[in-house]
Design a protein around this ligand. Structure first.
Ligand SMILES: *[C@@H]1O[C@H](CO)[C@@H](O)[C@H](O)[C@H]1NC(C)=O
Ligand SMILES: *[C@@H]1O[C@H](CO)[C@@H](O)[C@H](O)[C@H]1NC(C)=O
Ligand SMILES: *[C@@H]1O[C@H](CO)[C@@H](O)[C@H](O)[C@H]1NC(C)=O
Ligand SMILES: *[C@@H]1O[C@H](CO)[C@@H](O)[C@H](O)[C@H]1NC(C)=O
Ligand SMILES: *[C@@H]1O[C@H](CO)[C@@H](O)[C@H](O)[C@H]1NC(C)=O
Length: 465
């Protein structure tokens, strides 16, 4: 505002005093004015909403948890296959350039859907919001193979804002690092462990965020036009990539950061805000609460992922006996902790998981269950007890003194079906990457700033944001 008004006033002053000699300064001021108004009108903040993939299914609480846990297991299995594939392919790449896939770019099933629109005029699309992948793509006409979708399929020919990206373009590099001589257009291919695959071409388009009344458009966004989609739809028509890589909707110019705030997992009538760019900042509403921040770590093996450094866990006032390097990200890409939109329950490195289970058992006055199974363990409720007892907060201590306080309902759940108290935290296999899951993030605003390399968070009533 101040930028665009002051050169303007300055121009008028000059204009009145000395008309003939002002040509150059006037011109300069005009350019400044133009630049300033371009900068101030450049879209840099967008609001979108997330709905849970199962929100329209009419599922019970127990069903919602079971289904989400099942999807998370598939995703974790896919992550470990992905790691194996990356290793194999990087071995290949020195000797051969014919690798079929570019495995760093995709992950599996996700939990939340985001509604966007694409093209001019805008065509709505509903896609899985994925913090583990970068490319935003949707099914695209003419389809060689498209799975059924409720909304019309986006057609490049019907949009005035589509342009294809050339294979030789730098934008194509992250998804197609092969010889372009036989192929003018940039192509991508995602292949999944279960046989699903999604292929298409890269183009640029106008993406519209938000609902009709509050929508705003971002032009020239690189996106995937999916022409051959041999996989399930998961009630979506594609993916919104909000990973850390250069192609994601976060990295593309003018955005640089995003935040989301997940509402109560069990209340399917609630939607969760997802804010891009300048709208994403955490507004401290409650004077007592402080915004906490911790550095994001970079993993060369998994550049699209949001890694954070977890140094310890407390239950109430007691720091649990977990060595502070348990969750360290190692040079070979193993270990560490990621924050993942596609995982429901936090998964902790196995030795730390056992420590947490035994301390939760102590608090509940229960014998330690057999926690060699890595699923979230349950403890029988005393007969007649129909709700969780009072329990202390669990605190996740991140690097830089950032403490994430989890209230009882962010880490425990009362299962009415079998009258048990269940921990909504599981374990990972040894040396695997730990995951901060969605269930633990309910009613905490989470901000990811890839420009600064920082994750911030604050307890928030997400239904009011
Ligand atoms: C690309 O492929 C063409 C023919 O397939 C070949 O002649 C050319 O040398 C290749 N270029 C590179 C850089 O490998
Ligand atoms: C898609 O939605 C329907 C309800 O509309 C639900 O029954 C189905 O299980 C959902 N699919 C997935 C993969 O979530
Ligand atoms: C879900 O959220 C809405 C809006 O805040 C509220 O009115 C409703 O009571 C909630 N439902 C449940 C089951 O908590
Ligand atoms: C981890 O613990 C060791 C020994 O207890 C201590 O020297 C070190 O500073 C700690 N590191 C961090 C990051 O807290
Ligand atoms: C604990 O679980 C593991 C794997 O599920 C099983 O092999 C083992 O027998 C169980 N131990 C006890 C004491 O139940």
């Amino acid at each position: 505002m101040t930028l665009s008004s002051s050169p303007f006033l300055h121009t008028r002053a000059l204009h009145r005093s000395s008309m003939p000699s002002c040509m150059d300064p006037c011109f300069l001021a005009l350019i400044l004015l133009l630049l300033a108004s371009l900068a101030s009108s450049a879209p840099s903040g967008y609001r979108a909403v997330l709905t849970h993939v199962d929100s329209k299914g009419g599922f019970t609480k127990a069903e919602l948890l079971r289904r989400a846990a099942h999807r998370s297991r598939l995703r974790a299995a896919h992550r470990s296959r992905l790691r194996a594939a990356t290793t194999t392919l990087s071995g290949y790449s020195t000797t051969s350039s014919s690798s079929e896939t570019s495995p760093r770019l995709f992950s599996g099933q996700a939990e939340y859907l985001m509604e966007l629109a694409i093209g001019t005029p805008p065509v709505p699309f509903i896609a899985l919001a994925d913090t583990g992948s970068d490319l935003t793509w949707t099914q695209c006409q003419p389809c060689k193979l498209c799975f059924p979708q409720d909304t019309p399929i986006y057609d490049t020919a019907a949009s005035s804002s589509f342009s294809p990206v050339a294979c030789s373009s730098a934008t194509c590099l992250p998804i197609w690092s092969r010889n372009c001589s036989s192929m003018p257009v940039c192509r991508y291919r995602y292949a999944y462990g279960d046989g699903a695959y999604y292929t298409g071409i890269l183009g640029t388009e106008t993406i519209t965020f938000g609902s009709a009344s509050t929508s705003s458009a971002h032009h020239g966004v690189a996106f995937g036009c999916g022409e051959d989609n041999g996989g399930a739809s998961y009630n979506s028509t594609g993916t919104v990539g909000v990973g850390r890589g250069t192609l994601s909707l976060v990295a593309q110019p003018g955005v640089g950061k995003f935040s989301y705030c997940l509402t109560d997992f069990f209340n399917s009538s609630l939607r969760s805000p997802f804010l891009f760019g300048t709208l994403s900042d955490i507004i401290a509403g409650d004077a007592d609460a402080q915004v906490q921040s911790t550095p994001l770590l970079q993993s060369p093996q998994n550049p699209s992922r949001y890694f954070v450094s977890l140094e310890g866990i407390s239950l109430g006032d007691a720091r649990l006996p977990i060595p502070n390097d348990t969750f360290a990200l190692r040079a070979d890409g193993t270990g560490g902790m990621i924050v993942d939109s596609g995982t429901i329950f936090t998964a902790l490195e196995e030795s730390a998981f056992r420590v947490v289970v035994s301390h939760v058992a102590d608090v509940l006055g229960q014998p330690v269950v057999n926690a060699s199974s890595l699923d979230s363990p349950c403890f029988p409720a005393p007969s007649g007890q129909q709700q969780l007892p009072a329990m202390p907060d669990m605190v996740l201590h991140f690097a830089g003194g950032a403490d994430m306080r989890l209230h009882r309902d962010n880490y425990m759940y009362f299962s009415e079906d079998d009258s048990t108290f269940c921990l909504t935290i599981g374990g990972t296999t040894p040396a695997s990457t730990s995951v901060l899951g969605n269930f633990q993030q309910q009613n905490i605003q989470m901000l990811f700033d890839i420009t600064v390399g920082q994750m911030s968070f604050m307890p928030t009533d997400c239904s009011k944001l």
